[in-house]
Ligand binder design. Structure first.
Ligand SMILES: [Mg+2]
Length: 139
């Protein structure tokens, strides 16, 4: 009996979604469309490591719950009131079924209290939309 072909491609992992956001950002820089995206940094916590490498990364400062992407661009805008952020953090999840861990929730709250915008995004498309809005690019 033949196996039933899958009708849909498998859902991309969080890591793959993050890579999509980074490659979009690099394209925006290389084409001159948004030079500020040079300051978009991807955290490597989504990369699976050996125990030895994980210990080294922890000693080097990696912490649990840290968001996947940081855009080191401050933002000031007026929408009824003055809104001001030091930068934008994104936690990337899969398109569906992503869960925010207690560590992440705690870090997000603390970053927000320090003046950063923090968004949890379901997939790369949503993350790119959030970045575009933040930078005032055409959405
Ligand atoms: Mg993530």
């Amino acid at each position: 009996m033949k196996p039933i072909p899958k009708s849909k491609a498998p859902m991309p992992s969080e890591y793959q979604e993050q890579c999509q956001v980074v490659s979009w950002a690099r394209l925006m820089v290389s084409t001159g469309q948004e030079p500020r995206l040079v300051l978009l940094h991807g955290d490597s916590s989504g990369v699976r490591l050996s125990i030895g490498a994980a210990v080294k990364m922890k000693k080097a400062g990696r912490i649990r719950g840290w968001p996947d992407i940081f855009l080191a661009v401050p933002m000031v805008e007026f929408v009824d009131d003055l809104i001001e952020y030091h930068g934008l953090f994104l936690e990337i999840k899969k398109r569906t079924g992503g869960v925010v861990s207690p560590d992440q929730r705690m870090i997000h709250k603390m970053l927000f209290e320090q003046g950063y915008q923090v968004e949890v995004c379901a997939g790369s498309d949503q993350a790119i939309r959030v970045i575009r809005e933040y930078l005032g690019m055409e959405v």
